[in-house]
Ligand binder design. Sequence first.
Ligand code: PEP
Ligand code: MG
Length: 876
Amino acid sequence: MNTKWVYFFGDGQTDGQQHEKNLVGGKGANLAEMIELGIPVPAGMTITTDACTAFYANGEKWVDGLEEQIKENITRIEQSMGAKFGDKENPLLLSVRSGARVSMPGMMDTVLNLGLNDETVEALAKKSGNPRFAWDSYRRFIQMYGDVVMGVDHADFEQALAAERVKYGVELDNELSVEALKDLVADYKELIQKSAGKLFPDDPFEQLRGSIDAVFRSWNTARAIRYRQINHIPHEWGTAVNVQAMVYGNMGANSGTGVAFTRDPSTGENVFYGEYLMDAQGEDVVAGIRTPHPIAHLQEDMPAVYDELVAIYKLLENHSKDMPDVEFTIQEGKLYMLQTRSGKRTATAAVRIAVEMVAEGLIDKKEAVLRVDPIQLDQLLHPMIDPNAKYDVIATGLPASPGAAAGRIVFTAEEAEVWKNRDEKVILVRNETSPEDIGGMDVAEGILTARGGMTSHAAVVARGMGKCCVAGCSAAQISEANKTLTFGNTVLKEGDWVTLNGTAGEVIVGEVAMVEVQVEGNFGTLMEWADEFRALGIRTNADTPHDAKTALDFGAEGIGLTRTEHMFFEGERTSLVRQMIFASDKAGREAALAKLLPYQKGDFLGIFETMQGLPVTVRLLDPPLHEFVPHDEPTMKKLASEMGLSVDALKARIESLEEINPMLGHRGCRLGVTYPEIYAMQARAIFEAAAELTKAGLKVFPEVMIPLIGTVEELRMMKQVCVDVANVVAEETGVKFDYLVGTMIEIPRACVVADSVAEEAEFFSFGTNDLTQMTFGYSRDDAGTFLPEYVEKGVLARDPFQSLDQVGVGALVKMGVEKGRSNKPNLKVGVCGEHGGDPASIEFFHSAGLDYVSCSPYRVPIARLAAAQANLRNPR
Ligand code: PEP
Ligand code: MG
């Protein structure tokens, strides 16, 4: 059977299933679906993603059969539209657009007005009775084609256009006369010949071939690749290409074009929301050069069209049970829908829409919980401007993407990346952003543009990224050349601080105080529903009462990891820890430890009290020793005198402790085995705190965790140290308290011998940071030098320190769980590596049968939602 490379719109290519979307792309599937719903869509065809991947496999040539199938479908489009491609009297004009499985807004190329040449332009002029429109379309086509297909710099065309405006003494493009436009067309063609060394092609099918190739190739432009990396979209998918009959929104006062959402994509409010421009093409709305009107005005401009649009949006929303966005064109009073898809929305909107749709009976609670992307919740967990802060707003723009951000201003995407690499917070300031700016937008705290509406590139991309954005701030005068941002008399230079309030569209000079957010309202409701559906427990990694409190407020059910070494890095304690480490004998160590004990006990009192009887896993000391080594002369002198040593003696002591590979050196339980008094002191601090609070009537539940176990012997020995101390403390205080002693599983060997480790362990917690380090053999300290390149080159799909390597490291996790439980069926098992807050990894831990995940406080809501989704998709 011949492969079907091309589908005519509405020819049954969509059953709404994913495999169909994979083949014809999201846009192609949605167009077909609209046709099936009886919504007016201009005729067209979709060239499949398989044709794109075959194009690449074929040395960038069309696969056999593609040309014939395209030609057959052109005939069908001609029949449907009653016009003919290349015809000198009634020409059919086409658009060529990309359409991958998932939307990649603005990342790939588009060609419009295809099929125009010196002859068909006259026919279009005659047919439309509007020569200005015909010649303007022609010059737009040459400009787009020259840029996208023939590689001529966009700026050169803009320059030629500007020159024409000067020559004919007009200010705006739409004031150029037919004569001027004809002149411009000739200039453009000359420019192409000079720049590209080739003539602009007159033959419509040649134009089509060039455009389809360009769209295929635009899958692999630097910006598209970057976008896929940021959004974890596989490079091998390829894009489909949609070839569709053109309809025109710029055929005069009776025509127009716009973009709309069935709800407000910024707040989620249930109102029809959008923007449009009369006598304009789609790019005019998004390019941000003319400021569009709110959609409600259309009711006055064209009431019948507005009513039809409202009916269509309701139909689409009821059909998709989601918030679609639509692009539409009105050609001489007739409405056409150009595309629809699931609309991009802020996290605030996503949560509100999901919760309200349950109330409206459109979806159920389970569906609502599945609707919101856990990663997107991150946006809701970012600070907002302190309501009590006093500040002056220097200018206001559109509230394009909510939240607040402060940073130093930079004027190009490249600078943003450079500053970010220096650990600076930046605000990217642009007249308007373009897809090339994607990298800079990604690293910026927030984005400010002088031009563009709520659907401008900056606004759409910022919302998708969950970044605060103020767009269309017309009071801002931006000079990229001088690196200045001017508001009236105030001139800001590169590096000056600015605060943006994306929720209100405010721009503030300087840095304003921020406050943390609360899980309440719709967000709180969604989280409660998530809790109904999840099987995994959610704990947090917290080293201080403050972090513990934050996590509790976000819904944590316990602490899965308190790293005690962090408690040793503060003020006077650092010196005591150093005295302990560099002591030459046990007596010296014990003297230092005795002074540390009250500090440690204070830490645990604070944390236990905050957690109010919820389990608190305290990990005994696990520092790579080199982290404590002093380097500067004054500190060394001070330490030597505190220890009663000469500086040289101290230096000799430090040198003797130096390790070649500290990550694999004398750390974790190895430290406890060689210096049991350290773990004994920590155990005493934990148990004394537990006894004291228990006596005071509070509930306390410590779980002592031994790090870096590779053999059961290590655990047995360290556990004995803890149990002995617990018994002594219980006797001394006369208080009975509950506790567990368990272990981290973070060394591959521990997974392999987990059955024997389980004999001693009262719980397991996977330390997937170390487990990843040791399974791959990538040093956590040094992986930064090559891992980004590994991901870029596709050696690894993702950074395994961020998202669990499920087939490798994950297999060890599964082995550890199975072997551990083979010996102790009810063994409690959790995870406390960074992966505990990563939704994809959480899904894996759920299916591996873990009891809980533990993550940083700000990830707790994300983990709650991800755990619920995992259980809804794969119930246990
Ligand atoms: C781990 O290794 O996963 C872990 C949680 O411990 P740390 O990151 O402190 O080594
Ligand atoms: Mg570790």
